[in-house]
Design a protein around this ligand. Structure first.
Ligand code: AMP
Length: 507
C-alpha cells in the first residue's frame, strides 16, 4: 500500500477539514491538499519523466509546500529523499548524487549544479494555483500509484555524527507500522488536533506528521519558519490541542520561555521528545513548569521513531514505585518491534546488564541504499544493531547509557557518558553538559566534561566535583572541565562529540 492513500482517504472523508496552516491561517483543506499532491505527481511524471521508484529530493524549509511536494512524490510512486535545509550545499550535493535523484524540490536560490538532476524551484509555481480552502468539493484527484508494502518510500540520510551519511531505505510498510505504533504506544490522536512543525520536517517532525494525515489533523507551520519558543507558546494557546515533536534542547528552551512568561503551556496537548538524551533533572523541570503533557520516543533513522516509547500515561504515573527510574529511561518496546540487549558476541544479556541494544520488527529499514556491506554489518538475522548501549530492567523498561563508540574505559572501569552528563545537569549551575573520554597515559582514558553554565550562574569546579561524587562513583567524575558558552551540534541538534575531542586535542 502507498502511504499517500492516507491523504486520499482523509480527503474523501473530510474534504473541508482544514489541512495546511501557516500560523492560524488556513491555506488548504484536505481536498485541496490531495488535489495539489495529485497535480504535483502528474507534473513530475509528465514533465520530468519521473517513474515509480525514482528518487526525488526535498531541500526545503519547513513550509506547507513541503508536505504538498512530499505527498506529490509518493502519489506518483517515487521515493522521497528529504534533505535537512540546514545542510551545506556540498553536503546536499553528496546526498543528491548518492541517491541518484533526478529531480529536487528546493527553495534555495543558489542550488549546486549537478548533472542529471533538475532542481525545481518551489516558490508559487509548484502549486497549480494559489491554494485557498476549496469552496466546493473539487473533482476527486486521481488515485495514488499502487505500491507494494516493501517498496521504498523515504530515503532517509542519517544525521552523520559518525561519518559519511548513509541512505536508509524506509518502505511504505515501515512508515505505516511506525505511524500505527504512534497511536498505540506514544499518544492517541483525537479529531481536530493540530500538529505543529517546529523541528526540521526532513527528520523526526516530518515522520511524526504522517499519522496526523491519517487522522485528519491540522498541519501548522510557524510563520517564523523556525523554532521560536515564544511563538510555539502563542500558537498553542490560540489553537489548543497542539502537539509537536521536539528535541530535548528545544524542550529546555520551551520550558525556559514558559517560566519567564509565567505560563504553563496552555493549549499544548503533547510534547513528544526524543532524538537525544533527555536528562532526568530536565524532564522533571519540564513537567513542573509545563505540566503532564509529555511522551518520549527512542528511535533512529534505521527504525524511525520506533524502538521504545514512554507514553503520556507513564509520565503521569507518578505514584509508581519505580517512577523516577522509568522517567530517566526511554520506556518499553513499541508494539511493532522486539528489543533486546546483547553482549559483544551478540548474545542477549540478562536484565540489569549493559550491552548493545538491538531491535527487530516491522519498522526496521529494508537496508542501506546501494550498500549491502553496511546493511549486512548493521542487520543480522533481522536484528538491527543500534550502536546504542543500554540496560533492560525486569519489567522491560530500557535505559540508555550512551553510544557504543562513546564508552569510556578509565582505569579498567566502564564509564558511560550519559550517567556523568545526567549527574552534571542535575546541578543548578549547569544548563547543558557533554562528556567524552580522552587518552590518558595513566588511566587509559580519562573523563572530560564540557559544561554550559545556566543563565547568570558561575561554574565552581570544586562544587561540581563534590556534586558528582554524591551522585556517581568517584572514578566516574570528570578529571577536567571545560566551561563553554554552547555545545557544537549538528543540524538536528545532536552534540558533535568528535568536535569536542578535536577541541581537547588542539589545546
Ligand atoms: P538518528 O538516526 O539521527 O535519528 O539518531 C538516532 C540516535 O539518537 C539513536 O541511536 C540514539 O543514540 C539517539 N536517540 C534517539 N532517541 C533518543 C532518546 N529518546 N534518548 C536518548 N538518545 C536518543
Amino acid at each position: 500500500m502507498n502511504i499517500a492513500e492516507w491523504l486520499a482517504a482523509t480527503a474523501r472523508r473530510r474534504p473541508h477539514a482544514p489541512a495546511l496552516l501557516v500560523g492560524d491561517r488556513v491555506v488548504s483543506d484536505y481536498a485541496g491538499f490531495a488535489a495539489t499532491a495529485s497535480s504535483i505527481a502528474a507534473r513530475l511524471a509528465e514533465e520530468h519523466g519521473v517513474e515509480p521508484g525514482d528518487r526525488v529530493g526535498l531541500y526545503l524549509a519547513n513550509t506547507t509546500h513541503y508536505l504538498e511536494c512530499l505527498y506529490g512524490i509518493w502519489w506518483c510512486g517515487a521515493i522521497a529523499v528529504p534533505i535537512n535545509r540546514k545542510l551545506a550545499r556540498n553536503e546536499v550535493a553528496t546526498i543528491v548524487a548518492d541517491a541518484g535523484a533526478s529531480v529536487v524540490f528546493t527553495d534555495d536560490p543558489a542550488v549546486p549544479a549537478i548533472p542529471e538532476t533538475t532542481f525545481l524551484r518551489v516558490t508559487g509555481d509548484v502549486r497549480p494555483e494559489e491554494a485557498t480552502p476549496s469552496p466546493a468539493a473539487p473533482a476527486a484527484p486521481a488515485a495514488p500509484m499502487a505500491r507494494e508494502p516493501g517498496d521504498v518510500a523515504w530515503l532517509f540520510y542519517t544525521s552523520g555524527t559518525t561519518g559519511h551519511p548513509k541512505g536508509v531505505m524506509l518502505t511504505h510498510a515501515n512508515l505505516i507500522a511506525m505511524s500505527l505504533c504512534h497511536v498505540a504506544d506514544v499518544d492517541a490522536i483525537g479529531p481536530d488536533e493540530t500538529v505543529l512543525y517546529a523541528a526540521p520536517i526532513s527528520h523526526g517532525a516530518g515522520l511524526y506528521g504522517l499519522v496526523h494525515v491519517r487522522t485528519g489533523s491540522r498541519h501548522m507551520f510557524p510563520p517564523s519558519g523556525r523554532f521560536d519558543p515564544d511563538e510555539v507558546l502563542d500558537l498553542a494557546r490560540a489553537a489548543g490541542r497542539v502537539s509537536l515533536f521536539a528535541a530535548p534542547t528545544m524542550v529546555r528552551r520551551l520550558v525556559h520561555a514558559a517560566r519567564s512568561r509565567g505560563e504553563d503551556g496552555q493549549g499544548l496537548k503533547t510534547v513528544i521528545y526524543g532524538g537525544g538524551p533527555m536528562y532526568l533533572a530536565d524532564i522533571q523541570d519540564a513537567i513542573s513548569v509545563l505540566g503532564q503533557r509529555f511522551a518520549q520516543i527512542y528511535g533512529q533513522g534505521e527504525s524511525p521513531m520506533t524502538i521504545t516509547a514512554l507514553s503520556v500515561q507513564e509520565h503521569r504515573d507518578t505514584g509508581h514505585p519505580r517512577y523516577e527510574h522509568r522517567l530517566a529511561g526511554v520506556g518499553t518496546a513499541q508494539s511493532a518491534v522486539l528489543v533486546r540487549v546483547c553482549d559483544a558476541e551478540g548474545r542477549p544479556v540478562p536484565p540489569g546488564r549493559t550491552g548493545e541494544i538491538e531491535v527487530k520488527g516491522a519498522t526496521v529499514m529494508a537496508g542501506y541504499w546501494r550498500d549491502p556491506a553496511a546493511t549486512a554489518e548493521a542487520v543480522r538475522d533481522g536484528w538491527l544493531r543500534t550502536g546504542d548501549l543500554g540496560q533492560l530492567d525486569e519489567d522491560g523498561y530500557l535505559t540508555l547509557v550512551g553510544r557504543s563508540k562513546e564508552l569510556i574505559i578509565s582505569g579498567g572501569s566502564n564509564v558511560y557518558p550519559r550517567e556523568v552528563e545526567d549527574a552534571l545537569v542535575a546541578h543548578p549551575a549547569v544548563a547543558e553538559a557533554a562528556v567524552i573520554g580522552v587518552p590518558d597515559p595513566e588511566w587509559g582514558e580519562s573523563v572530560i566534561a564540557f559544561v554550559v553554565p545556566a543563565e547568570g550562574a558561575d561554574i565552581d569546579e570544586r562544587a561540581l566535583d563534590d556534586h558528582c561524587c554524591d551522585l556517581i562513583a568517584r572514578f566516574k567524575r570528570p578529571r577536567r572541565y571545560h566551561v563553554v558558552p554552547g555545545l557544537p551540534k549538528n543540524a538536528y541538534g545532536k552534540v558533535l562529540k568528535t568536535e569536542l575531542r578535536e577541541i581537547v586535542t588542539a589545546r
